[in-house]
Write a protein that binds this ligand. Structure first.
Ligand SMILES: CC(C)(COP(=O)(O)OP(=O)(O)OC[C@H]1O[C@@H](n2cnc3c(N)ncnc32)[C@H](O)[C@@H]1OP(=O)(O)O)[C@@H](O)C(=O)NCCC(=O)NCCS
Length: 325
């Protein structure tokens, strides 16, 4: 009998400070940077985002999301034998945010490591956890996406700083005889490193290069719409399913126009797409598990349904995971 990895609980967390586009535009105006609610909504669909307090790190956001997911799964931290955190805004250069989270949770002793695939981080982390569970290397995993992207935004660059937010989402993934994750498909193309990056690095006690986010928005947009359709089709093919079998599409929440384009190409109406980008902005690796948890807790996403998760982001990286809830 096939050993599957199945999601048994979801959780998420948003830091309390919420800024609408109007709030952010007013803050940026004080720096002489001009933007508007109309521009942001029209180009991206974003209306609000959350920013973490200065003292809150990714592991703090991850801790709240993880506790919520464990509670939903009816599990204790000690039940977990693997923690994977997807993040591009780790607490430290090292050790991993997963180790810091493990200690905060009190799940000491289990395997713990980070995955760095920027906005595709959660689908990468889920695929790794699935493979480890299928192989028998792990039985009960906590897979988290957590980000404090506000730390790496250039608030003098209106083309990027209006797009991102902070947050965390988590799932408990357990070995099961019941179908859970059905197939996944991951890719990267490193020749596009420069179109979305934070080029700075720590060197001899100083930051060498620019430590803030740089993006060629139009190049990212064009690449994203092409690769997301391919990854969706490849994943469906691997599972022997068709577009019409998808109950919910939960794409990375970067831009409503990219999401609409993907849905259109798959012949799905927007009623079948979980949308949180309007309220969260782009929370990078946290966006998919945040949207999944929103879908579950709002009663949209129900047990037995077929869900396609899709990530895309810096690297350039992209991928999809098809699963039964
Ligand atoms: C970033 C993005 C919204 C920009 O939209 P766009 O339609 O490409 O806009 P452009 O960059 O061509 O800029 C159009 C104009 O708006 C202006 N503009 C840019 N940001 C603005 C802002 N926040 N407020 C007001 N005006 C803004 C530009 O200066 C430009 O003005 P100009 O024509 O006078 O030069 C869009 O490219 C995008 O969504 N890309 C994908 C980004 C993404 O999802 N990244 C994450 C992937 S993980």
């Amino acid at each position: 009998m096939r050993r599957y990895a199945r999601i048994t609980g979801t959780g998420s967390y948003l830091p309390p400070r919420r800024l609408t586009n109007h709030d952010l535009a007013a803050e940026l105006a004080q720096r002489g940077i001009e933007t508007s609610d109309e521009w942001i909504v029209e180009r991206t669909g974003i209306r609000a985002r959350h920013f973490a307090a200065p003292e809150a790190a990714s592991s703090d956001l991850a801790l709240e999301a993880a506790r919520n997911a464990l509670e939903a799964a009816g599990r204790q931290p000690q039940d977990i034998d693997l923690i994977i955190v997807a993040t591009s805004t780790p607490d430290m250069v090292f050790p991993s945010t997963a180790c810091i989270l493990q200690n905060k949770l009190g799940a000491n002793g289990c395997a713990a490591f980070d995955v760095q695939a920027v906005c595709s981080g959660f689908v990468y982390a889920l695929t790794v956890a699935d493979a480890m569970i299928q192989s028998g290397a792990a039985s009960r995993a906590l897979v988290v996406g957590a980000e404090v992207f506000s730390r790496i935004l250039d608030f003098n660059d209106r083309t990027t700083c209006v797009l991102f937010g902070d947050g965390a989402g988590a799932v408990v993934l357990e070995a099961s005889e019941e179908p859970g994750i059905l197939a996944s498909d991951l890719h990267a193309d490193g020749k596009h490193v420069g179109i979305l990056c934070v080029p700075g690095n720590v060197y001899g006690g100083q930051v060498l290069g620019d430590p803030l986010l740089k993006m060629d928005g139009q190049a990212v947009f064009k690449l994203a719409v092409g690769v997301l359709e391919k990854a969706a089709r490849a994943t469906l093919d691997k599972a022997g399913l068709a577009d019409s079998d998808i109950d919910w599409l939960i794409p990375h929440q970067a831009n409503i126009r990219i999401m609409q384009s993907t849905a259109r190409k798959l012949g799905l109406s927007m009623d079948k797409v979980v949308v949180t980008v309007d309220q969260h902005g782009n929370t990078s690796a946290a966006s998919i598990p945040l949207a999944l948890d929103h879908g579950v807790r709002s009663g949209q996403v129900r047990p037995g349904q077929t869900v396609l998760l899709e990530g895309v982001g810096g690297g350039f990286t992209w991928g999809a995971v098809l699963l039964k809830m």
